[in-house]
Design a protein around this ligand. Structure first.
Ligand SMILES: Cc1cc2nc3c(=O)[nH]c(=O)nc-3n(C[C@H](O)[C@H](O)[C@H](O)COP(=O)(O)OP(=O)(O)OC[C@H]3O[C@@H](n4cnc5c(N)ncnc54)[C@H](O)[C@@H]3O)c2cc1C
Length: 410
């Protein structure tokens, strides 16, 4: 990785992207005293906002746009020259210039790429309907929420049984929409949780009236009777009034690739957010970083990473080198369940359950030998908070204390 520490202090910093990570870059640069020119090029019309409520309160109509904003409009205008909506089209690393789709150019001393990603789309050949939506942006959430609130008693086909799919399903049920979830794998959220938690999520959704079909591989999605008909690989069909696909994210790496930066499941950065070019940084969903806790490279898609990696990166842009070394943390809200995941949940680890999954209140502690490596907390945020302290301090865990649910962990 290039050493960004040997460069002169920047006079112009350009940020590409206008999401949570870009917002935190802007905020942190100014907080740390950067008083040079700061340009943010963002293709959405909205100022930086947080996406977690999009599948929850914004979708259900319980929160409006103002609650998701990361920054106040007037305050933000005083921090940054925002080019919006404007798409960065190319990076000339030799000349240190970013060019936009509308033909504008800006020179940079340091560039931060915080372009996030786009909802992965179903193959065109498979989709023969217009009643299909995706959920990534605020505009997506507002449009889908409006449709869902008009669909009481109608049926939604949710394609994908991952976090977005399950949150959309839960919100739809809350609005009185009937839901079928189809998932190609044999269990829910299989990439991030062990079998016991997949089974818990399956029970939670089925008990809440969601029709969950596992091992259900979509072959085509057609128009049918004013709605959609899904054809599955086993020959069966499913009808619904509309469909949403939540099948993952494609990181926006094309700009970086064309500029000749190292890209491998995201833009490859070091622990300071620096890419293979010392003047160019990346952070958030688009960046692939060496994670100190996981002891491997990873591209994280989480609120905490978007914020904290951006803060560390902004400091590194200014030459303040404090490595980004957070323990990965993610949460999801579905029905009356708040589920949080901290650290490493590797398949080979043993786990201890504290509490009762059936009662929807439990924590699963994951060990590599004696070392606590990760926690999944279900309506048990306090356990997770205490475990984070133990993990950060490398403290030995008292298994008897874990088993004793009558006593709070400390
Ligand atoms: C519906 C939903 C629910 C979520 N729920 C949770 C949750 O409960 N818990 C959790 O931990 N995380 C959750 N997340 C994940 C979290 O919101 C993301 O990790 C975070 O938003 C990533 O921020 P980012 O700034 O890196 O990327 P993004 O938010 O994707 O922002 C990138 C921005 O850059 C723009 N851009 C891209 N290319 C260009 C270009 N060439 N020129 C100009 N602009 C460009 C994009 O349009 C976008 O606006 C959720 C995400 C979604 C979508």
């Amino acid at each position: 990785m290039a050493d960004s520490n040997v460069l002169d202090a920047p006079r112009t910093v350009v940020v590409i992207g206008g999401g949570q990570a870009a917002g935190w870059i802007v905020r942190t640069l100014r907080k740390e005293g950067f008083d040079g020119r700061l340009v943010m090029i963002a293709d959405e019309i909205h100022l930086p906002y947080e996406r977690p409520p999009l599948s929850k309160a914004v979708l259900s109509g319980d929160a409006d746009i103002s609650t998701v904003r990361l920054v106040d409009h007037d305050a933000f205008a005083s921090l940054v020259e925002a080019w919006q909506p404007e798409c960065a089209a190319s990076i000339d690393r030799e000349a240190r210039v970013v060019r936009t789709a509308s033909g504008r150019e800006v020179h940079y001393d340091r560039l931060v790429i915080a372009t996030g990603g786009a909802a992965r789309r179903l193959p065109d050949a498979l989709v023969k309907t217009s009643h299909l939506a995706y959920l990534r942006t605020l505009d997506d959430a507002v449009a889908l929420g409006t449709r869902m609130r008009e669909s009481h008693g109608k049926r939604l086909l949710m394609i994908g049984g991952g976090w977005i799919g399950l949150e959309v399903a839960a919100t739809a049920r809350k609005l009185g929409v009937d839901v079928t979830v189809i998932e190609g794998a044999s269990r829910l959220c299989a990439r991030s949780v062990p079998e016991a938690v997949s089974a818990f999520l399956l029970r939670l959704h089925r008990d809440s009236g969601v029709d969950v079909r596992l091992n259900a591989s979509l072959v085509s999605l057609d128009d049918h009777a004013g709605g959609v008909r899904a054809h599955l690989a086993d020959g069966s069909t499913l009808d619904a009034n509309f469909a949403v696909a939540g099948i993952g994210l494609n990181p926006h790496t094309a700009l970086a690739e064309h500029a000749g930066l190292d890209v491998n499941d995201g833009i490859v950065v070091d622990e300071f957010g620096a890419t293979s070019d010392a003047c160019v940084f990346a952070c958030g969903d688009v960046a692939n970083h060496p994670n100190a806790w996981l002891k491997r490279r990873v591209r994280l898609e989480s609120w905490a990473n978007a914020q904290n990696q951006a803060i560390a990166t902004a400091r590194a842009v200014l030459g303040v080198r404090a490595p980004y070394a957070e323990i990965p943390w993610f949460w999801s809200d579905q029905f009356d369940v708040n589920l949080q995941i901290l650290g490493d949940i590797a398949p080979g680890y043993t786990h201890v359950v504290r509490g009762d999954l059936e009662a929807r209140r439990a924590s699963l502690f994951f060990f590599d030998g004696d070392a606590l490596r990760g926690v999944i907390a279900i309506n048990a945020a306090r356990d997770l908070k205490v475990a984070k302290k133990w993990m950060s301090q490398g403290r030995a865990v008292d298994l008897a204390a874990l088993a004793d649910t009558a006593k709070a962990l400390a």
